[in-house]
Design a protein around this ligand. Sequence first.
Ligand code: ACO
Length: 432
Amino acid sequence: MSSDKKAVLSWGEGKSAEFPVMSGTMGADVVDIRSLYAKTGMFTYDPGFMSTAHCRSSITYIDGDVGELFYRGYPIEQIAAHCDFPEVCYLLLNGELPNAKQRSDFVNIVTRHTMVHDQLNRFFTGFRRDAHPMAMVCGVVGALAAFYHDSLDIHNPEHRTISAFRLVAKIPTIVAMAYKYSIGQPFVYPRNDLSYTENFMRMMFAVPAEEYKINDVLVRALDRIFILHADHEQNASTATVRSAGSSGANPFACIAAGIASLWGPAHGGANEACLNMLESIGDASKVPEFIKKVKDKNSGAMLMGFGHRVYKNYDPRAKLMHETCHEVLNELNLKDDRLFKLAMALEKVALEDDYFVSRKLYPNVDFYSGIVQRALGIPTAMFTCIFTLARTVGWIAQWSEMIGDQDSKIARPRQLYTGSTSRNVSPIAQRK
Ligand code: ACO
């Protein structure tokens, strides 16, 4: 981890201090500045963590310049081609892909935790029917802590494991319940003879009057959406989960914090915002006008589903999503889908435009995932909940890794104070 390399900081008149440089297995070295304040009396200033590694992690690695993503060292393209979502969950949580027996044991345990406490149903009825489903999912996941007092000791590895199973198993049930509640249909309970993704689709789309017919192409497409969103190293919501967990908060509270962070349009809310953007553009003939608006900084318009803090190349997940988009639209005889054509036209124009080229703005995973979800029958307001479902496993893996890391400390950043200097309080009658 540490290397012989050192970084030297010089400031003022002839002052300097030396800091160790740490190397990972891939990616940029990091300067270990933990002793910066002690050695220099200064802090660093880095809003948005543009240059700050806030932890070490062995789960996911992104090479943003090349456009590569690895889960535990496996390229995402190979994972997407050869694994299903439960295998990916096992990999993220345990570090290795499961063999057949390990996979079957894992699926068995997850399957047997999919039901939620009956009392939890009442939480949904406390919400207005028109509540955003993310508000419901965020609240209900946080509330799970009230049901599982038996497994909240974060320093007990068995408790951490059981909480991980519960979260991975129950999140599809909770997301489907939020949807059913929002459209006024009865909840559909999980069925143990179905796969993880089949089960979720049935809980979303079956009604007491009619069983849901499972279509393998559509199940595979949704499973791929889950795989592609399962983890993405230190993004905003994962950093939020780690930050919440650094105080010793229970995993359900931490995941609820992650859900709140994911909801924002610059993060998980982007797929919803992207589809709304496509709807508002209308058709391919309006693309030049829209691109002109995006380039005008005063318009406030952005090309949603484009750009990424880390990828300065094509997001590899966007390529896979584009492929899945074709498969799903073919299967459903929607080859001429208006929004898909519009998205492809938009992408083509943007990739040839100097504004996007010079800023290295490429499509991210959300550019096509909304179109796939819409074709699967998932309404726009549910998109970020689907992302939540998939990312839950990544959040737990990252939370668990943090708890086990000796270097972890409560996340407590410093600041550059720019307020008033010390002054005296005047009695109220003397204040202007
Ligand atoms: N449309 C138009 N311009 C953009 C876009 C975009 N989608 N994204 C970035 N830019 C411009 C910025 O205005 C800025 O221009 P400037 O240099 O002239 O000021 C430049 O590109 C750099 O952008 P930053 O905002 O500094 O990049 P940052 O790394 O902070 O932001 C982010 C990344 C938040 C993803 C941004 O690209 C964005 O908001 N994209 C749209 C929302 C989106 O798709 N989010 C999903 C992210 S992936 C995920 O969470 C699954």
